[in-house]
Design a protein. Structure first.
Length: 175
């Protein structure tokens, strides 16, 4: 089955109405990537399930090709996950490894701003680059520069000597 289908309850929900424009666009692309399959059931009512739920891939590169910046995409993923529209099934390593993050479409949005609302099972890891690469190198460089300045701090009573140095009396042997 092809197409993007949304429940009327979704469009009228508080969670959907509170999404940013970019998050709505990203969510629509998630819905476009899902594959629906018919469920066998009793009666005339048709029911569908998402066949590839937990296997949906949406990369930063795809988002950039759609005109969404990396930062906007990241913020949209966070918002969609926080409000219960998607969740992360498996984290990818990214880069050259070729392993992408796998998402699944969730229905926690139905309970948004309700006591039954559940937080995401696997929130996106907020990666800070402190301690790695050039950030670590520059931080060490700043510390070394700061150490030099710290040793230049003098005590008023030492008359130019640093705090840690000991005063030694000067002897005049002029005999």
């Amino acid at each position: 089955m092809h197409g993007i289908f949304m429940e009327p309850a979704l469009l009228n929900s508080e969670a959907f109405r509170s999404l940013s424009r970019c998050s709505i666009l990203v969510y629509i692309h998630f819905l476009r990537k899902r594959r629906l399959s018919k469920e066998k059931g009793k009666g005339k009512k048709r029911s569908y399930r998402i066949a590839n739920n937990g296997e949906i891939v949406f990369t930063y590169r795809e988002a950039c090709s759609l005109g969404i910046s990396e930062r906007a995409f990241r913020d949209s993923i966070d918002e969609l996950q926080r409000k219960g529209f998607i969740d992360i099934a498996q984290y990818g390593k990214g880069g050259r490894s070729g392993e992408s993050t796998l998402y699944f479409i969730d229905s926690r949005w139905k309970y948004y701003n309700n006591e039954n609302f559940q937080p995401p099972k696997k929130p996106r890891i907020k990666d800070t680059i402190q301690g790695r690469g050039w950030a670590a190198y520059n931080a060490k460089k700043k510390l070394k520069a700061g150490d030099k300045n710290d040793s230049a701090i003098t005590d008023k009573n030492d008359s130019g000597l640093s705090k840690n140095s000991k005063k030694t009396p000067v002897k005049n042997d002029s005999s």
